[in-house]
Design a protein around this ligand. Sequence first.
Ligand code: NDP
Ligand code: GDP
Length: 320
Amino acid sequence: MERKKALITGITGQDGGYLAELLEGKGYEVFGLKRRVALEDQSARRSFSGTAIPCDITNYGSVTAALLKVMPNEVYHLAAQSDVAYSFKDPFQTLDVNIQGTTNVLEAIRHNKPDAKFYFAGSSEMFGNVLEEPQTEKTPFNPRSPYGISKAAGFFLTKNYREAYNLFACSGILFNHESPRRGKEFVTRKITDAIAKIKAGEQNFVTLGNLDTKRDWGFSKDYVEAMWLMLQQDKPDDYVIATNESHTLEEFLSEAFSHVGLNWKDHVRTDPSFIRPSDVITLRGDYTKAHTKLGWEPKIKFKELVRMMVESDLERLQKR
Ligand code: NDP
Ligand code: GDP
């Protein structure tokens, strides 16, 4: 039997790496779009054993060429400007990559490989200033950042291509998910990276913004499995992927610092420059639909996730 082909945009990111490994393990031939970045730190970008295709998703010609080259069975569209704080600083680039980029991928599929199954990386940031607790697939969106707005647009584009052109197009509404591979601009990894450096005597403090925030934090490796499951169903649909647990940032700090015998209050400073013009205060996702229809549930919960990330950063620093 011929191997299934998967095309992943955003393969060099956190989720792209785990997803490529999952699909390779299932026997897929994996292709990933990789753009050139100046002065790139290779260690921060995931390497993978599949075929890399040079492509910036903001260019329709390049996206079409990549699609024609691979003619994939499944497309996982993960590429995005994914940093919420940065989306306030450069909304133009965020909207370009996240909305235009998504339109490019959908149009390329519609015109060239309409039977390819499509996954869109939607986000709990679309719920923004939440209108109900916990959030489900039926909760209205109320985004609070250019990033959240761009993801809501991507979600509705995906739904529209499903309804208008009959594409097998799904959105995952994924709540925050972390791992030792999470970018250091996100608060969890910023903290665990700092803890390792504090233990090594390289610094004494980590400087953060709004501590008064709650998130539903899960493990990236669990979440990429849900992406794959969505594309194995008979019908395309949208699913919340979460843990249904919400923890404060202070709980994260407490768990992470106490794991190495430190009190977070001795090592955390705040700086208003890290506070966003408008922030999402609380998130908690109800994954009942994913559990019922996909048989999915999170395996790694909060405490294990925090410890895994702290241990990994300690180990990384020791190896250096
Ligand atoms: P990352 O930021 O780790 O990865 C983003 C990826 O997108 C990178 O591979 C990056 O490539 C690529 N990319 C960005 N701009 C372009 C471009 N113009 N052309 C081509 N590639 C580009 O994100 P994650 O892996 O954490 O997340 C994956 C997806 O899921 C994203 O869409 C994110 O917004 C979404 N999401 C993530 C959540 C999370 O908690 N992690 C929660 C909900 C949604 P490069 O290496 O070149 O920068
Ligand atoms: P997000 O939920 O996708 O925005 O993920 P982040 O990890 O970037 O932020 C999670 C929450 O932590 C948000 O409410 C931020 O305002 C808050 N936060 C507090 N201090 C920081 C910080 O120094 N960096 C980041 N990235 N977030 C911070």
